[in-house]
Design a protein around this ligand. Structure first.
Ligand SMILES: Cc1cc2nc3c(=O)[nH]c(=O)nc-3n(C[C@H](O)[C@H](O)[C@H](O)COP(=O)(O)OP(=O)(O)OC[C@H]3O[C@@H](n4cnc5c(N)ncnc54)[C@H](O)[C@@H]3O)c2cc1C
Length: 452
């Protein structure tokens, strides 16, 4: 490999994604600053440009005499198309254009090559079996940077994306890696409970660093496998590590799904669900958006997302299920709503997971899994610690009244202070009735149609 000139292009597509979430914009700017600082420590610097990627890269190649452009692949339908167009336009200009799959730990082509069809996997179980046989490649090549006399445009600042948040955190590569190493040393051993019970300990919080390439998935998977070689691990700790590795495989699974099945972004992946129409709205949709459904676990999840740009993984499933099945509202409305708050920018993971929960994607269960928000609260937040944290109006209530809002509804007469304008609302609907009605409709419109 010759000398490398590190270039970052802020194109209109990326700019519009950053404009959607103020925290995402701030995090991205932190990450770009961190990248530039890391390059400067190696005697190089980032050349930043804003505008049309193809025109900019062709211009830079001409100015520097670069013969080849290499970049990391996108995995959502829009990005994959943009990559292909960029590749064609660079090659037309006589520049070698190489797209590498840097986002996943295992590139999609490698797992797909094991299949006769050469295509991606639609079933996670089969994908996981194949994925486990690969060892993520270690990058051993030493890179030398060129420092051409070319000015960079100023690094981005959150205000240019309409965000008033100055910064989320200092994203020094060493700092992010050190945090992950601390997680791997101890907290990961409780991952089995932490991924379900929000008060049981931290999950890795790697979603944002992975999404912006602050750490590489292959580095993370390599470190997890290395950790698993510790002979002193208890059986439960080993099981927790396996679950964590499985979560990382899920990330690769959804990336390859979006790569090979570009419909994953919009129409349902499952043929049989393409004619099933979810509602575009619901009288209680705004209550769901605001975290005021009267189901405390659902509302706590939404409020955590709005306050921090992240929602605990268990809660994402419960809150999404409530939208799709209790309200019967289209999963895309939920995905787009979360886009306004999430820090991580992973369209393939957002679409894949939302489709999975809505029962229209890669999960091939015969019936949708409808989460009961009361049972989920009892099981995964039994002391209501998580709910109390995000719903201060409920902090002084006894556990039983928080965990089952229907029980507290019965006592409404004696606890009027709990409700009202500034208080916590009563449930907007009866979950059991709503879930039953959805299943009846599903049986009528999908299950019977599938059988005929
Ligand atoms: C409805 C719904 C929407 C979601 N939307 C997104 C999204 O927009 N962006 C996003 O990155 N994740 C999304 N997820 C997946 C998952 O919830 C988050 O990746 C996780 O909460 C991030 O927290 P963490 O980094 O602490 O994860 P950990 O539990 O510590 O897992 C480690 C890493 O594994 C990967 N991972 C874990 N679970 C999943 C999963 N179900 N699918 C794919 N990768 C996974 C992530 O990269 C994560 O950072 C969604 C899940 C659901 C149910």
């Amino acid at each position: 490999m010759g000398e490398v000139i590190p270039v970052l292009v802020l194109d209109p597509n990326l700019t519009s994604r950053l404009r959607r979430s103020p925290r995402r914009a701030a995090y991205y700017c932190d990450a770009v600053r961190g990248l530039d600082a890391a390059l400067r420590r190696r005697g190089a610097r980032l050349i930043l440009r804003r505008g049309n990627t193809s025109a900019i890269l062709r211009g830079l190649a001409r100015a520097t005499g670069a013969a080849s452009v290499v970049w990391s692949s996108s995995f959502d339908a829009l990005g994959v198309r943009a990559d292909r167009n960029l590749q064609a336009s660079l090659e037309e200009a006589g520049i070698r254009a190489t797209i590498v799959a840097d986002a996943p730990a295992v590139p999609p082509e490698e797992t797909a090559a094991l299949r006769e069809s050469g295509e991606g996997y639609r079933s996670f179980a089969a994908y996981f079996q194949a994925w486990r046989t690969f060892s993520p490649q270690r990058v051993t090549a030493r890179v030398t940077f060129a420092t051409p006399e070319i000015a960079s445009e100023p690094l981005p600042v959150p205000a240019e994306f309409g965000s008033s948040i100055q910064s989320i955190e200092e994203l020094d590569e060493g700092r992010v890696r050190a945090r992950f190493e601390r997680f791997l040393e101890a907290a990961v051993l409780q991952y089995g409970s932490a991924r379900n019970v929000p008060s049981a300990g931290p999950t890795s919080r790697l979603a944002a660093p992975l999404s912006f390439g602050v750490v590489a998935a292959r580095t993370v998977v390599g470190a997890v496998r290395e950790r698993a070689t510790d002979p002193f691990l208890l059986a439960e700790e080993r099981a927790a590590l396996e679950l964590f590795e499985r979560a990382l495989a899920q990330r690769d699974f959804f990336l390859q799904l979006a790569y090979y099945y570009d419909s994953v972004g919009e129409p349902p992946l499952q043929e049989k669900m393409r004619r099933f129409s979810f509602a575009k709205t619901h009288p209680a949709l705004d209550a769901w958006r605001a975290g005021r459904t009267g189901y405390p676990l659902v509302d706590a999840g939404i409020r955590e997302l709005r306050a921090t740009g992240w929602m605990h993984p268990r809660l994402r499933a419960v809150v999404a299920s409530f939208l799709c099945f209790d309200l019967g509202v289209d999963w895309r409305i939920g995905r787009d709503e979360w886009e306004r708050y999430l820090i991580e920018d992973e369209p393939a993971l957002a679409a894949g997971n939302w489709q999975w929960i809505a029962g229209v994607g890669a999960d091939l269960a015969a019936y949708p899994r409808i989460y009961n928000p009361v049972k989920q609260a009892r099981r995964f937040d039994p002391t209501a610690a998580y709910i109390r944290r995000w719903i201060p109006e409920l902090a002084g209530r006894p556990d039983y009244a928080i965990l089952d809002p229907r029980a507290s509804d019965l006592r409404r007469q004696t606890e009027l202070a709990l409700y009202g304008e500034n208080g916590y609302p009563p449930p907007i609907l009866d979950h059991d009735l709503a879930a039953r009605a959805f299943l009846e409709r599903y049986k009528r419109e999908v299950a019977t149609a599938g059988a005929s």
